[in-house]
Design a protein around this ligand. Sequence first.
Ligand code: ADP
Length: 427
Amino acid sequence: SKERLYLGMDFGTSGARYAVVDKQGTLHSEGKREYPIYKNEEETMDWVRSWRTTLFSLLEDVPSHLRSLVASISIDGTSATTIIVDSNTGEPIWRPFLYNESCPDALPIVKSIAPPTHTVCSGSSTLCKLVSWWNIDGPRKESALLLHQADWLLWLLHGKIGVTDYNNALKVGYDPESESYPPWLLSQPYAKLLPSVSAPGASIGHLKDDIRTQFGFPGDCVVCAGTTDSIAAFLAARATEPGKAVTSLGSTMAIKLLSNTRIEDARFGVYSHRLEDKWLVGGASNTGGAVLRQLFSDGQLEELSEQINPAEASSLDYYPLKVVGERFPVADPDMAPRLHPRPESDVEYLHGILESIARIEAKAYNLLRDMGASGVEQVFTAGGGAKNEKWMQIRERVIGVPVSRAMQTEAAYGAALLALKGYPNAE
Ligand code: ADP
């Protein structure tokens, strides 16, 4: 018999991707779709229609000889993208609230019911979106239900309405430690809109018959609970032991560390997502590639980096920021960028900047440890900065643990690994 395969789909900010893996995690196929532009009557973007179309386009993009081997499917979506649906039909009854949309009208209300530094106390949290809708819409409250983007797309595949996962549910207020919605939330009139919560990757149900036969998926194909896009990207790096971490060196620097303990600190914007019996601790600094891009082209970066001796410590002490203000590992909204003195040699200058960013990275991991998280033991790297071998060596010396490039960084690949985990007979 042929080997079974596992399908993951990522609905990111700029487009959607799929990835098909086998039991070993070997990639068999991947692909990408842009979101098609559909306008509704008010001439605004009809996201729901665009996402639905993209979902079925991706299913069609999976080569048909692979489709017939798919044992399970999972999906990640952008965190805090919220859809209010009719619980009888599953159809959205309001335009979706996008991940980055803010609902300042709801923030004072949410702050008055939630504990002071709770993750829902941000204008773009799912709970603020729910409260904002609750205060606008009247007639359809009785049959309304809240879903996240991934939940709704998964519902299109399995047909069981009202299921989410504890990663997506974090920003609506779900407590993954006690595995329940907290009392201060359950006592609200809109608590009846909250979906039930599964573990990410838990099998929810079989792929709907009509979809299965239309696309040629096998009869036993199951659909599994999803996760958020940034968690799926972490899963892709396969950092499965406590102490393993992923640093994303994009325009900014984001770090994620797998920990035995849960830590939170609102001052630094540090919080933890649950991953099975462990915690995924995250924090984001404003330092990163954006400063490099201001000073050098990508070509110059490559050429200058070649000439750096990574074994030699740079004595230049900078704090590279594109604009004023830092959150983590230093919480100071007034912190000014520090990029002086500038040496005559651009090689020395770049060396000083790369080394300074590495020191901030080391400080970030140390701060997480001081807050009670597992100590960092190995760092995988994602983002544009991951292609810089010299920087990797500098970071290894400064942080004092092995640093390498992540083999996989696509969230769709992480979602496929979730599907693999959820397939009952995978092991
Ligand atoms: P984002 O998605 O956050 O915009 P990317 O992950 O695409 O960022 O990474 C882009 C960043 O990578 C740019 O800010 C750029 O300066 C940086 N970058 C590109 N090439 C290199 C390199 N060789 N060394 C270090 N940084 C690099």
